[in-house]
Design a protein around this ligand. Structure first.
Ligand code: NAP
Length: 523
């Protein structure tokens, strides 16, 4: 049931005075349910509950957290139809896509459940005492990762399930032992409430302390800013625009106690198409790139927004194939009015920009439908115009033609931080371009060979994060089990009585986890 209320621990509240309704991009109508924006007192209450819950929840064993996470997946599964139906209405994404996203959401929760059940993720490290060490005696020191405290999660507009209320940020923070307070994205508030209720149902069944999870509703910046400023907040996770992520990062650094903000803010995800590969697989590569750009109306942080190609005698063929592929793509529903109008503004700006040629632009048809657009520019024009490096969120890409390898390197040097960099190249060609690869490794968290950047695999080895402005902290990932490392800090116990140590650090290793024991890995 959707009530439009804020879910504060196990209670519901709608004391604020501002209300709003979700808008369906699918049928261009406001939906019936009224959502009440949270107010200051409710934000305070949610954090007080989270702070109290942390005192107990931080001590939960891996197996108890694992069982709580698995219960969330059961509730998501049994409410799948209801949740995806609402998400279709609120986002305009297809049922098939949302079912896939639900699978991904459930699988990633299960992945974290397995991670904390196994337990070695805490990086337990033991240095045993050497009382008779010549010179000074060596004390017994043991270290492991411990949770931070209440984490604020901003639900993302473009992944209403996998990067939203029960997405990777929430799951990794809960898995680490932190209470979570979600700021629901106003683009899909009903979906958010339905998902939040599955987490709360699992929390009740797991006897979790009240406040381990809350979801607050807001449209506009006030609610999110109150959450980031609250003294009980210990970290923030965000996916969205550069402006939003940077503003929240700055706000968090201005607090009396600055806190980390893990903001994932998008990227151009450049694709470098090298000479031999371009000539040998011209149409196939053009097809892969066009599909990747247009998938989900280009509303992915991994969408390739830049294609850098080396001129060859067949380059015009490659560009023609790209144009043809784009002309076969349909205008697709975009997530919301704001995203759609920003996309149109960017396209209009580019169309009036003398150094960019629009190769193909689909007709601007129905409202809130993103038209596929592909443009082309020369390497020198791209390098001398930093505004061409802004992310255009939607089914658009810019092809940059380089007359030689040096121009490719100049572009590589001029690029800002990226989530991914892709090469389409032959094996030998790749080996011959190590200098270009080395330049680009410095700019990104993920290097891809002969595959497109969309369709990110969620696993332990994934890196979804890159140097600024792709993210605010390139040392971490927001996708895959590594995401848990954002919400922990190391604690060392010196000369601590064995029976009072966390189980992970005790002499007899009761959890049988991998530990660095006197500099040797042991189980
Ligand atoms: P957004 O505008 O960055 O908003 C994301 C969330 O952060 C929303 O809940 C928003 O609140 C909140 N927020 C933004 N700026 C804030 C601030 N200064 N203070 C407090 N809260 C703030 O992202 P969006 O709504 O998803 O889409 C807008 C644009 O972001 C898109 O057009 C696209 O360019 C970019 N985007 C990029 C990615 C990516 O992965 N690369 C994903 C999504 C969006 P309210 O909505 O309530 O105002």
């Amino acid at each position: 049931m959707i009530t439009g209320k804020n879910l504060i621990g196990y209670s519901e509240s709608a004391k604020g005075t501002n209300t709003f309704c979700a808008f369906s991009p699918l049928n261009l109508k406001e939906l019936d349910e009224v959502f009440t924006e949270t107010d200051k007192a409710e934000v305070e209450l949610a954090f007080e509950k989270a702070d109290a819950a942390f005192k107990e929840y931080r001590l939960w064993s891996g197996s108890r957290k694992s069982s709580f996470l698995n219960k969330i997946t059961e509730h998501l599964e049994s409410n799948r139809k209801h949740i995806t139906a609402r998400a279709v209405l609120e986002t305009g994404l297809t049922e098939a896509r949302l079912n896939n996203e639900m699978n991904r959401t459930i699988n990633q929760i299960k992945m974290f459940a397995a991670l904390v059940l196994e337990g070695s993720w805490v990086e337990a490290s033991i240095d045993r005492a050497v009382p008779d060490r010549p010179g000074t005696p060596k004390p017994d020191i043991r270290k492991m990762l411990r949770p931070l405290g209440p984490v604020v999660v901003f639900g993302a507009s473009n992944f209403p399930l996998a990067f939203s209320v029960a997405g990777g940020d929430t799951t990794s923070a809960l898995a680490a032992g932190n209470p979570v307070l979600v700021k629901a994205h106003p683009s899909h508030p009903g979906t958010s409430e339905l998902v939040a209720r599955t987490i709360l149902a699992a929390a009740r069944e797991s006897d979790a302390p009240e406040g381990v999870f809350s979801m607050l509703v807001g449209k506009g910046f006030d609610s999110g800013q109150m959450m980031v400023k609250n003294p009980h907040a210990k970290a923030v996770a965000f996916t969205g625009s550069l402006a939003g992520g940077k503003a929240l990062y700055d706000l968090a650094q201005q607090r009396e106690e600055p806190i980390p903000v893990f903001a994932e803010m998008g990227s151009l995800n450049p694709i470098f198409v090298m000479r031999d590969k371009q000539e040998s697989e011209t149409s196939a590569i053009a097809g892969m790139i066009a599909s990747s750009v247009n998938m989900g109306a280009g509303q992915f942080c991994t969408k390739p927004g830049l294609v850098i190609m080396e001129e060859t005698p067949k380059s015009n063929d490659f560009v023609d194939y790209l144009r043809n592929e784009f002309s076969s793509m349909e205008n697709q529903v975009m997530l919301n009015e704001g995203i759609s109008s920003r996309y149109n503004e960017s396209i209009n700006y580019l169309a009036n920009y003398s150094n960019v040629e629009i190769l193909y632009s689909a007709k601007d048809g129905e409202k809130l439908r993103g038209r596929p657009v592909i443009a082309v520019a020369s390497a020198q024009d791209f390098i001398s115009n930093p505004s061409l490096q802004y992310e255009v969120f939607g089914p658009y890409t810019l092809v940059v033609r380089c007359s030689n390898k040096n121009e490719m390197k100049e572009i590589a040097s001029s690029l800002a931080g990226q989530l991914s960099v892709t090469f389409f190249a032959g094996d030998r060609e790749m080996a011959d371009n190590c200098d270009l690869v080395n330049l680009l490794e410095d700019k990104t968290g993920r290097l891809i060979f002969n595959e497109v950047p969309t369709g990110l695999e969620v696993c332990s080895s994934t890196q979804h994060g890159g140097p600024f402005p792709a993210t605010t902290d390139s040392r971490f990932t927001s996708v895959g089990t590594g995401a848990i490392k954002r919400f922990v800090r190391p604690v060392a116990y010196q000369n601590w009585p064995d029976n009072l140590l966390p189980a992970e650090l005790r002499d007899d290793n009761p959890l049988s986890i991998w530990r660095l024991d006197d500099n040797q890995w042991h189980m």
